[in-house]
Design a protein around this ligand. Structure first.
Ligand code: HEM
Length: 412
């Protein structure tokens, strides 16, 4: 593999949060929302309104559960409220309408399904995403991409890690698992909002794997069988495979690069913590978990209210959207002492960075493996890695997709 073919300017245009490609999720939001969210959480666990309006974002930002102009909107801020919503998917559903999985499209993928339908689809792919499979992902797609990307700048003494490193790893991992060569990886990312164009690229691969399976994810999908509700087993249709592939591209590439950048920025801003992690790589695990808690890249996921319900003191009408502010719940003092402090030694407790309940992130072990492999390889290969004191330090930005501006570093 050669990653030098990944055009740096193109990666920047596609991945910089402030670029045109990302502004629709509120990529131009630069204020620190945490004090506002803390105040809202203290005032009440649930507020009427969308998260971006309650935060004071002036424009329209989009994400799951938005814009939905004909529905009432509420946002939950406390750990207990999110926990209750995640545990009750009957009342708090992932979609406002029924899902037809036979029509290929992101809107028909499992993230929007509920109940038995969701269990059947998720059960089919779950075996490829369990912790024991992390090694399969690492060896086949992650490690090589990580090393090749470092080769591109290892002799320069400086780099910008957000774009030159973090951005490319997840997209190379997922497209690699589809059997797409690295030189075409960015083409796929560039047409991400155009499902038909992504599907067009997948058509020949799915056909080829049906003929002759390989050791990749599409081969697993074409060979998988699923039991229908009436007990008849059938293989996934091409449409079902495309819907799942679209979901993976959407859910797994943008999230992981931003979370890797957040992790690196947190460590580089604290040289003494970075030094400890460099010495004892076992500390990388808690450092990643603490970064996920402290600044989860996606601060909100949403649910559709299926019946009138009184919820933490607020009447939610049937048909409303309840936005779950994961980021605020992750700093709820009812669950964590000194929640605003970044502390990798704190007692490990699960946060909501990967969601909760039946839709908890399918790719969380792959994401963790990517971040671990990426940060660890940087520490192995770049001695005296540090922020460039003459450049602007990384800043956290973004409304519904949060990440860092840039990570300018020196080494050697
Ligand atoms: C740090 C990186 C990541 C974060 C923070 C993240 C976060 C999340 C969250 C919060 C959800 C739940 C959404 C909901 O409740 O509606 C989710 C679902 C999902 N994620 Fe991730 N994700 C990450 C990486 C990945 C990766 C690498 C993949 C795939 C390789 C992936 C695939 C999925 C899928 C398929 C779902 C839907 C699961 C379902 O509906 O049952 N994610 N993710």
């Amino acid at each position: 593999m050669t990653t030098a073919i990944l055009d740096r300017e193109r990666i920047k245009a596609l991945f910089d949060l402030r670029s045109a490609a990302n502004v629709w999720t509120g990529g131009d939001f630069e204020a620190d929302p945490y004090p506002i969210w803390a105040k809202l959480r203290e005032d009440a666990p649930v507020h009427e309104g969308t998260l971006h309006k309650l935060t004071g974002y002036p424009g329209e930002a989009m994400f799951q559960g938005l814009p939905e102009p004909d529905r009432a909107h509420f946002t939950a801020f406390s750990y207990a409220a999110l926990d209750a919503a995640y545990r009750d998917p009957e009342t708090f559903a992932s979609s406002g309408s029924a899902i037809d999985p036979t029509t290929a499209g992101l809107e028909n993928s499992m993230i929007y399904m509920g109940g038995t339908q969701h269990r059947r689809y998720r059960g089919l792919v779950q075996p490829s995403f369990v912790p024991a499979k992390a090694q399969w992902w690492l060896i086949n797609w992650i490690q090589e991409a990580v090393q090749e990307l470092i080769n591109n700048f290892v002799n320069d003494g400086r780099a910008e890690l957000n774009v030159d490193f973090c951005a490319a790893i997840p997209v190379l991992t997922i497209t690699g698992s589809f059997g797409i060569p690295p030189e075409e990886a960015l083409d796929l990312r560039a047409v991400l909002q155009d499902s038909a164009a992504v599907i067009q690229r997948l058509v020949p691969i799915v056909a080829a794997r049906r003929e002759e399976p390989k050791d990749d994810l599409i081969s697993i999908l074409v060979q998988a069988t699923m039991q229908d509700e009436d007990g008849v087993s059938h293989q996934l249709s091409d449409g079902e495979i495309y819907a799942f592939a679209l979901l993976l591209l959407h859910a797994g590439s943008g999230t992981t690069w931003k979370q890797m950048g957040i992790t690196l920025a947190n460590l580089l801003a604290r040289p003494e913590v970075l030094a400890r992690v460099r010495e004892d790589r076992a500390l990388l695990r808690p450092a990643i978990e603490e970064s996920l808690r402290w600044v989860p890249t996606d601060p909100m996921f949403s649910r559709y209210v299926t019946k009138d319900v009184e919820f933490f003191g607020t009447e939610l009408p049937k048909g409303a959207v309840l936005h779950l502010n994961v980021a605020s719940a992750n700093r709820d003092p009812a669950r964590w002492d000194n929640p605003d402090e970044f502390d990798i030694t704190r007692q490990a407790r699960a946060s909501f960075a990967f969601g909760g309940g039946p839709h908890i992130c399918l790719g969380m072990h792959v994401a963790r493996a990517e971040i671990r492999a990426g940060v660890s390889a940087l520490l192995d290969r770049l001695p005296n890695l540090r922020l460039d004191p003459d450049a602007e330090a990384p800043r956290f930005i973004g409304m519904y997709e949060r990440g860092v501006t840039e990570i300018p570093v020196l080494f050697g």
